[in-house]
Design a protein around this ligand. Structure first.
Ligand SMILES: Nc1nc2c(ncn2[C@@H]2O[C@H](COP(=O)(O)OP(=O)(O)OP(=O)(O)O)[C@@H](O)[C@H]2O)c(=O)[nH]1
Ligand SMILES: [Mg+2]
Length: 592
């Protein structure tokens, strides 16, 4: 598994903690990543300084300077991702956060007929057609003095590379669980990534309006399957058709909701004590008896809520509800904002960089072209790590050492964008540019800062792609170059065959998206020829590779950064290679 600790958030230094919202006392008032574009010779040129060796006297960047503006702005930022197994309700919950956050007036109708959806976050035509999220979406909005950067991620495992990249850019995560199904495989994987990166996790048990597992078993699963302590923040009043609301543990009040058509508007809510006749009459007698018993048990357990344990990732606060019906959404949003952390710094090669350091630094975690048909351009998504970002500022692109002017910086809301003048740590900024940015790039106002690479994954599906219509050559290669830069799939170069790369993907849906986007965004139909490989391993030591003996079915290729990679049809062939070449080092992530 690649090292997810690369670009790991840091919150160890005291200054960083102070800036990151651990002192949340008062509420806020106010050789770099691959994806070398084919034929882009410019990227191959040596940078003017050695980016891997920081200047002898690198300034310390783990301390903050006393800028009241920076301190205030950092404290009010919350940057988080919503993650889970497919279909658990991430996009629906995202939409409801926007509804309760006042960012949309009417929630898109995500109905059971999937082709009717029109959510802010699933804006791609293919997402709407298919009813699944394909690509992560950034949504920035203000709510109760907070500036929220919310990232909805795709759950499908074929798109997990995108989701993992997003996890490098956030400070916390909300994990959504379908209460009818419990913890599913993809959720388990994502949880593990969050844990390894030290990202605090909040849990939303969704779809309580449908037949659900017993709430105690759901909580128990968090502990037994994921191995994290669980602290229920509220408790469901009934499940399925008799799901009427939640009992809020902090205020000790029951929240009874009314359903609204399609959940498009906020759900009217009334509150009362658990033993109030209003609550007793609303819930069926059997459920009511159960709830009273369970609540008594929770209260009797005597564990207090420990915010530090949440931030340390030892405990996940658990909220119950139904995103579709807006039950429990506001309690989750408010609870998350209160207990989550603000922006934390990141570890650069020379040492930690705190959010409150005055010098601007950031890194690219996503690139997407053609987001808006009105502007057929390319958005580079930048997470601000430290300092104040200003429109038009000039920074160094660490990979090339080139000076780049960041004009045209925007705040992103789904597919919409709005020019901004400034941004602060935690913010995701969309830079519209034709510069050759790559995923994982560091941009910095201080020479020598390089954040570690965003990991690449060993693909499991392979295919060659070519252009069947000679007249389309230009648009085909322009589209392919662009989509490879975005990291939609990976390209591998075979010796003597530099022009038609072999493509690798984590799952076959990635190829489908590539072909669909080539056609719909660039007008280039393409032909895909599957290749019979299923395993890729980076191989070293580099200086010995040319001397290795290859079994007939194993091929040696290069990744986009020129690193040697072995492709094999199956694990058996790979083992055979290893037997033939015992000194070969094989890895499922690029070797250093
Ligand atoms: N009954 C019920 N259905 C829900 C609820 N929340 C979401 N759904 C439905 O579950 C389906 C999947 O919802 P999405 O929000 O698209 O799920 P997702 O997690 O974003 O899916 P991917 O992004 O494709 O992984 C849709 O049909 C939703 O209407 C809920 O609270 N109750
Ligand atoms: Mg989704």
């Amino acid at each position: 598994m690649p090292d997810f600790l690369a670009l790991c958030p840091i919150d160890s230094c005291e200054e960083s903690k102070k800036m990151s919202g651990l002192d949340r006392g008062s509420p806020p008032t106010g050789p770099a990543m691959p994806a070398i574009p084919l034929g882009d010779k410019a990227r191959m040129r040596a940078p003017p300084f050695d980016i891997r060796a920081p200047p002898a006297k690198m300034p310390r960047m783990d301390t903050t300077v006393e800028s009241p503006l920076l301190r205030r702005e950092v404290a009010r930022r919350r940057t988080f991702a919503i993650v889970s197994h497919p279909d658990a309700g991430k996009t629906t919950l995202t939409e409801k956060f926007l509804l309760y956050g006042g960012a949309v007036q009417l929630a898109g109708s995500v109905t059971s007929r999937k082709n009717q959806r029109a959510t802010t976050s699933d804006w791609m035509e293919l997402e709407r057609k298919r009813g699944i999220s394909i690509s992560s979406t950034v949504l920035q909005f203000d709510y109760q003095g907070y500036r929220i950067n919310l990232l909805d991620t795709p759950g499908h495992k074929d798109f997990s590379e995108d989701t993992y990249r997003v996890l490098t850019a956030v400070d916390s995560a909300v994990m959504v669980i379908d209460a009818g199904k419990g913890i599913e495989s993809q959720t388990r994987k994502l949880f593990e990534v969050c844990r390894r990166r030290g990202v605090p996790i909040f849990t939303f048990m969704n779809k309580l309006d449908r037949p659900a597992m017993d709430p105690l078993s759901l909580v128990d699963q968090l502990e037994s399957v994921l191995g994290i302590g669980a602290y229920p923040m509220n408790w469901p009043l009934g499940t399925g058709p008799s799901f009427k609301g939640v009992w809020d543990r902090r205020t000790r009040m029951a929240h009874l909701y009314e359903r609204t058509p399609g959940g498009a508007y906020r759900a009217p809510v009334s509150t009362a004590g658990l033993h109030d006749p209003l609550v007793r009459d609303a819930v069926d007698p059997e459920s009511y008896r159960m709830v009273c018993e369970e609540v008594e048990m929770l209260e009797g357990a005597g564990h207090g809520f420990d915010p530090e344990a949440v931030l340390a990732g030892r405990i996940t606060p658990v909220y119950f509800g139904s995103a579709l019906n807006n039950f429990g959404v506001q309690i989750l949003l408010d609870g998350f904002l209160e207990h989550s952390r603000g922006p934390v710094g990141r570890r650069a090669r020379h040492g930690p960089v705190a959010p409150g350091h005055e010098a601007f630094t950031g890194f690219v975690f996503k690139i997407q072209a053609n987001m808006n048909p009105k502007h057929r351009d390319r958005v580079v998504f930048l997470r601000v790590v430290s300092g104040r970002f200003e429109r038009d500022m000039t920074v160094t692109l660490a990979r090339t050492g080139k000076t780049v002017r960041l004009a045209n910086a925007s705040k992103i809301f789904g597919r919409d964008r709005e020019i901004i003048d400034e941004a602060f740590p935690g913010d995701v900024v969309g830079v519209i540019t034709t510069e050759h940015f790559a995923i994982g790039d560091t941009v910095t106002a201080v020479a020598g800062v390089v954040f570690d690479e965003i990991p690449r994954f060993a693909p499991e599906c392979f295919a060659a792609i070519d252009n069947p219509i000679a007249a389309n050559h230009r648009r085909f290669s322009a589209g392919l170059t662009q989509l490879l830069q975005e990291g939609v799939v990976q390209a591998f170069i075979r010796d003597g065959d530099g022009k038609t790369p072999l493509l690798g993907a984590v799952g076959p849906l990635q190829f489908e998206i590539l072909q669909w986007r080539l056609e719909s965004e660039y007008g280039a139909v393409s032909r895909l020829t599957p290749a019979a490989f299923t395993v890729a391993r980076w191989v070293g030591p580099v200086e010995s590779v040319s001397g290795f003996s290859l079994p007939s079915q194993v091929q040696l290729v290069k990744d986009e950064s020129g690193r040697p990679v072995l492709l094999a049809p199956d694990a058996w062939n790979l083992d055979y290679f290893q037997k033939l070449n015992p000194s070969a080092q094989l890895s499922d992530a690029p070797l250093p």
